[in-house]
Design a protein around this ligand. Structure first.
Ligand code: ATP
Ligand code: MG
Length: 337
């Protein structure tokens, strides 16, 4: 079986961008591939964070992923597999400063930090995190990486690091991982549709897949759209397009087609209030199901924590083997295992 690796940061709750752009697909892939999915807590330290909240979010994401249909044995927590950071260091030496400077996520996220406070601390970890991400992928010798469009550039970097390492040690040790974009949608922030929906942007920007009904209605109701002139011109603003994308992904298709036609028919005018109402209804129906499954999971919380520690230990064996081989190739010393 070909292997797949993907990961999510424990920086907040799982939102519709994560779900529609990644996790929905992760669930399906489990039947045809050997899937390894990480909750990458080392990455969540790259921006301002609180230790207790990080610990809580890590488990929260684990419980959420299980409720969304990810199998326990496919899940690991990154800090339970310390080989990632060791390989990350090695890869730092095969990645240039210039390459990292070109990563748009770094620009976006450092701007985000500075928007709040222009003298804010931008960590070297934030600059360097794509290298750790390359280690996350390559340590499992993943064949495919199902990423959202926002991560495409990072995967390209991982491929560059792998081939640079290969030529430095004169081997074809790493097979270059490929991106898998099956139906990956990009969801935008409701409050600022110029930006993608992100956990780290803060709660008003994202819609959790476990969000309470009243909150969903409130957030969707106040989603940024436009004043209607775009509709007259026959173009579509990012905010309205985002609502259509979510409706299509969660709602019934005939309703979607109906509203879509109303938007594009010059004789009619689609009311954004109606569109929002339909989006909110579709989201509420879907979240109810997710919340129910999460409730069941939480009953067995304690057992699940132990099982995830075990699955992490099992997955770690692959990482240990890779690191051992890499150190050998790189001229480093290995302890006898
Ligand atoms: P953070 O703000 O901490 O970076 P995030 O919301 O961007 O959080 P990640 O943990 O970085 O989420 O990403 C998890 C997965 O979700 C990745 O595969 C990523 O490509 C995908 N993803 C994240 N945001 C979106 C989005 N708005 N639309 C589609 N896919 C997304
Ligand atoms: Mg992200």
């Amino acid at each position: 079986m070909k292997r797949i690796l993907s990961a999510i940061q424990p920086t907040g709750s799982i939102h519709y961008g994560n779900y529609l752009g990644a996790i929905q697909n992760w669930v399906k892939l489990q039947s045809d591939y050997h899937c390894v999915y990480g909750v990458v807590d080392y990455h969540a330290m790259t921006m301002h964070y609180q230790p207790a909240k990080l610990r809580e979010n890590t488990w929260e994401i684990i419980f959420s992923l299980l409720a969304l249909g990810i199998h326990k044995e496919n899940l690991f927590i990154q800090s339970l597999v310390p080989e990632h950071t060791e390989l990350g260091w090695i890869f730092n030496c095969f990645c240039s400063y210039g390459e990292l400077s070109r990563m748009t996520q770094f620009k976006d996220k450092s701007d985000q930090v500075k928007d709040i406070d222009k003298d804010a601390f931008v960590s070297a970890g934030l600059f360097d995190y794509p290298v750790l991400q390359a280690a996350d992928i390559l340590i499992y010798k993943a064949d495919y990486v199902p990423v959202g469009k926002d991560q495409e550039q990072h995967l390209e970097l991982a491929r560059n690091i792998a081939s640079r390492f290969n030529s430095a040690v004169s081997s074809d040790y790493f097979v270059l991982p490929e991106a898998m974009f099956t139906e990956a949608l990009k969801i935008r922030s409701l409050a600022d549709p110029q930006k993608k929906m992100s956990k780290s942007l803060g709660e008003k920007h994202y819609l959790s897949v476990f969000e309470e009904e009243a909150q969903i209605r409130k957030k969707v109701g106040s989603a940024v759209t436009d004043d209607g002139t775009e509709q007259d011109k026959g173009t579509m603003s990012p905010g309205v397009e985002n609502l259509f994308v979510m409706l299509k992904a969660c709602g019934d298709l005939s309703l979607y087609n109906d509203l879509w036609n109303q938007y594009h028919d010059p004789q009619l005018k689609l009311s954004y209030k109606d569109l929002k109402q339909s989006v909110a209804d579709a989201l509420v129906a879907e979240t109810n199901l997710f919340k129910l499954r999460k409730k069941e999971i939480l009953v067995e919380k304690k057992d699940i924590k132990n099982q995830i520690k075990e699955s992490s230990a099992e997955i770690r064996k692959i990482a240990q083997q890779t690191l051992k081989e890499v150190k050998e190739l790189a001229g480093l010393q290995n302890l006898r295992y």
